[in-house]
Design a protein around this ligand. Structure first.
Ligand SMILES: C[S@@+](CC[C@H](N)C(=O)[O-])C[C@H]1O[C@@H](n2cnc3c(N)ncnc32)[C@H](O)[C@@H]1O
Length: 298
């Protein structure tokens, strides 16, 4: 669903909302926090985008655990009730393991369902086997969705633990084959694929603002993204199905992703679309969760 934004009589399609969840919902937002239901459990987490006032103090609401930011960086979970170490939630026929972890993570970005829906439909309608390269692939939300749609996925992430979680999510979702798991620095891996002459029909990437490869390789989005998309262009098949870039980096506008896709893909014939990504909330306002941009061959 597109959330229509009206401002001074000016109307624009502002944000694509992941509104197909049953096991997940944003219950309330405000004062730097969001209150979310993940299956049977409610978590209160900080969110830098939430700079508006809460309708009702979120800390006075019922929740199972809260993540407190530390002034020295990082933070810690405080559990109000004993929680299982992990539990599962589903989105259609996909199942994911949820576990409160460091950096306020749970192991899933539910707003990504917007991108899963779009890219899965492209794979299903392609009428041929699609080889997808999923970069900065984390716990495999996109890998699992695309494998379920019939793609052959190469999943690359620097963190071994996250790649193992992707394998668990695939098993939970009933996917026995179709995903190749690689623990590597994304830039090094793509450069190696280029030398080997390996090609992909589609690429998905969700690069962080800052990151490190397994050998300590530095990644800073503003410095690296354009050159990295140019590098990825070299491993794209002659008639690629899509290239999707998602970013949670605060302040990165959709038009920046659209420009990068337009310019770095070397004038390939196709269409570029970019949009804000968000989640519906029970309060009626959307929760912004970054931006997406997609090149498609139509
Ligand atoms: C924002 S998360 C991606 C979220 C994921 N696409 C999703 O929606 O579930 C960023 C991921 O990039 C990985 N990462 C950071 N720097 C990297 C690098 N240089 N090479 C490979 N992976 C890296 C991290 O381990 C992390 O899993």
């Amino acid at each position: 669903m597109l959330y229509k934004f009206f401002c001074g009589g000016y109307n624009r399609d502002m944000i694509k909302l992941a509104d197909g969840w049953k096991d997940f919902e944003v219950l309330a937002t405000g004062d730097g926090y969001k209150l979310e239901r993940w299956g049977s459990y409610t978590l209160l987490r900080p969110d830098p985008q939430v700079i508006w006032r809460a309708k009702r103090d979120l800390f006075s609401r019922d929740y199972d655990a809260v993540y407190h930011r530390s002034e020295r960086g990082g933070g810690a979970w405080e559990f109000k009730r004993p929680l299982p170490e992990s539990w599962n939630i589903s989105y259609g026929d996909l199942t994911f393991k949820i576990k409160p972890m460091g950096f306020k993570h749970t192991g899933l970005f539910p707003e990504q369902a917007v991108n899963w829906e779009k890219t899965s439909a492209l794979v299903k309608n392609a009428g041929r086997k699609i080889k997808v390269l999923n970069l900065f692939a984390y716990t495999g939300g996109a890998s699992v969705a695309l494998a379920k749609a019939g793609a052959e996925v190469t999943h690359v992430d620097a963190a071994k633990g996250m790649v193992e979680r992707a394998g668990e999510n695939a098993r939970l979702s009933g996917i026995a084959s179709g995903i190749r798991y690689i623990v590597d620095d994304c830039k090094k891996f793509v450069a190696r694929e280029l030398r080997r002459g390996n090609k992909y029909d589609a690429i998905v990437m969700d690069p962080p603002s800052y990151g490190r490869g397994p050998g300590g390789e530095m990644w800073k989005l503003e410095d690296e993204l354009y050159g990295f998309v140019e590098l990825c262009n070299g491993v794209l098949a002659d008639d690629p199905l899509f290239v999707l870039i998602n970013s949670y980096t605060t302040g990165l506008q959709p038009a920046v992703l659209a420009n990068i896709l337009t310019l770095a893909l070397g004038g390939r014939k196709g269409k570029v679309e970019a949009y804000e990504v968000g989640l519906p909330t029970s309060e009626g306002v959307p929760l912004p969760c970054g931006a997406g941009g997609i090149f498609t061959n139509d």
